[in-house]
Design a protein around this ligand. Sequence first.
Ligand code: GLA
Length: 378
Amino acid sequence: MKRIIYLILTAGILLTSCNSGTKPANKSNEKESSMSITKKPFGKVDGKEVYLFTLKNKNGMIVKITNYGGIVTSILTPDRNGRFDDVVLGYDNLDGYLKDTPYFGALVGRYANRIANGKFTIDGKEYSLAINNGPNSLHGGIKGFDKVVWDAEQFETGNGAGVKLHYLSKDGEEGYPGNLDIYVTYTLTNDNELKIDYSATGDKPTPVNLTHHSYFNLAGTTGRDILGQKLFIDADKYTVVDKNLIPTGELRDVTGTPMDFRKPETVGNRIDEVEGGYDHNYVLNNNGKLTKIAELYDTVTGRVLDVFTTEPGIQFYSGNFLDGSITGKKGIVYRKHFGLCLEAQHFPDSPNHPEFPNTILRPGEKYTQTTIYKFGTK
Ligand code: GLA
């Protein structure tokens, strides 16, 4: 009898310890698996299906991406009290993006920013691009990479979830030479980073300059503009531009000017001293290494955005052309300075400035760039 009681007790203890051993493990597995990706139909463009991918990491941060234009439509991130809000501008549905968008959240190419008069020469041959911005070609022309449907594949890694996009830009598209095969991978990591890895290869020498064009507003959807947010940019110089925003070739020292953001400065403090507002390419001090080159901080919500890139430049654009004519997500009217862009890139009009870092990709070479937008609070 004693033996039976002993056996029952031992079995009981074993069972309890097994249970207590598996429960926490299950819990932590649940936590890990709270990272997720969903894919939903978002519409049709050029006869092709367009999807909306929702990436969620284990901290609850959400990034929504569509394969139309590789557009990031939403980034939901917490403030210092844990309240989530959407910190990028955009539309609630695909139609908004199809009708009119100043590149909200888009992937931009084949050449981000401006090429003067849409003309450049490679190996003695002159090329003419589609003109869409005064006399210039802007952000890849009339139908740039922001307006095409990309192939998309979702994936999960140990530390994140993402979408891999692919687009084949045909020889002559928007006037650019050669077929260009482009891959862009967006990954939302469990460290609250949106990581963007770009690569491209072509079969003729061609200019390549890819970027991401989110309009950030760390105040979220509270209706505040970006003028009160603090910005740091690790750049001693910027490229001086003419009235059409084409670089003159001069790299000017920021010291003692409203362009100096080497110490965090409130965006609106000196903006009136900059004609038209900020829309300038900064010459970064990163030596091509993936390092932190910018920080945006909203003192009210505590949200912080750190930007890391391998690129030599960043276009700081303070949403000067927003004029209240666009009503975006949640019915919010996007007035002037309602969002700002930090577009990691090579310098504008580089194909016409041999003194700038090279942007010509030749057959057999591979274009790569990595940019990380990392969200946090303080
Ligand atoms: C970039 C340009 C701006 C403007 C926006 C889109 O940031 O530098 O001048 O064209 O894109 O509106």
